[in-house]
Design a protein around this ligand. Sequence first.
Ligand SMILES: [Zn+2]
Ligand SMILES: [Zn+2]
Length: 474
Amino acid sequence: MPGLGSSVTIDVPSAVPSSAKRAARLADRIVEDVVALGWPVGEVLGSEAELLERYKVSRAVFREAVRIVEHQQVVRTRRGPTGGLVITEPTVAAVIDAVVLYLHRVDARLDEVFEARILLEEISSQLATDRLDAASRKELEALIGGDGRACDPRTLHAMVASATRNPALELFVEVLSRVALLYSPDGLTLEQVAAELTHAHVHIAGALVAGDAPLATRRMRKHLEAEADFLRGRRSTRQLLPETVILSASNTGKGAEAVARNIARGILTRAMQPGELVGTEPELIEREGVSRALLREAVRLLEHHQIARMRRGPGGGLFVVRPSSSAVTDIAAIYLMRRGMQLGELAELRTGVEVAIAHLAAARVDDEGMARMRLALEHEATSTDADLAEAVHDLHAAVASVADNRVLQLVALVLIRLARLHQIERLAEGARQRIREEVFRAHNGIAEAVASGDRSLAAHRMRRHLDALAAAMG
Ligand SMILES: [Zn+2]
Ligand SMILES: [Zn+2]
């Protein structure tokens, strides 16, 4: 898959204007505060005046941050005397919408979806076998015993994922099994091969119940490979997501969402490229038949999802922008924080995913990939202590982009975002310099192994680095 990663930008923090950066940091701080409070949905975090006092920022930065956390569905603004920021929670539907929209925009292919799915479901099968409790065993035994015909094809996969008791695995397995079905051509569903599916599912469940993790993992892979073959065979030429685009991942008014969805659909169906003009503000107001205020709200949604951006002034208008994964990684990571994702769960999944990514990256590295890793290392080496918290993740993001699978890259970026929310980088003052040097050495070693194309060395170094990080975090 040459050059696939080239359509994805890596966010380089130094390129972001400082007020936007301050707003993004405040948004993170608000999420941290909501987490620290135990995420009490419906309670008021504070009034604007109280929060301005608490966070010590300008009103402009505060309002920009509020817009971000509203999009992330962490809070909503309530007006009036008892007003302020009311705590809400992101829904799994919002995460799925954001993932589908992003994968559509980058033209993710069936092969990328299944490569990621197989990796995640292998990890899921392994962990589920190790952790199978009485309740999960009973569910699987019922599936083995029943005729299974009325069963949703996603049920077995959801059961296995839930037996791992890892919220991120549950989320990714659900999202990707839904995304996989979107590649099914018109009207065709997996029900047409229900008997084969049931047979495969019963076999996987049998291996799990027998406690045979290698067998369960092997059967899961075989089953998913067969499913990919089936979908691939039914689709004549393109293996791309159909034009089913949803954009409801926001709690702003319905009207603005509908307008945003309409504009987004136009951009996608006409395959408009980054830099193309969608329309000037007066043109769009006219075309959509809406007020200026409503259009601006819709534009904010499009900007949040990195679909289009409004440029003011002469020659201005709404322009298509390059797809970026930041909105979807944000909402997925925040959804997982709300689900109570723990550090240990993050560590086990991150190791599984990033070790596989390092392996793939070493097999697929090209000149552009090497340049991206070099840039990340330079950025890390020259960052101030204050910026290091973000810069330490650059090399991981770069390696994920070199692996040349936009779906796996997205999964890795969600996990990296979670690591940032968990403040894995917030280290004790005295040890900071020593740990900084160790981390930088480890990152260099990983980049070197990937660049040299040595798959097992790259995987080995990534594992050693993540194990050391996990140990340091206790
Ligand atoms: Zn299945
Ligand atoms: Zn690292």
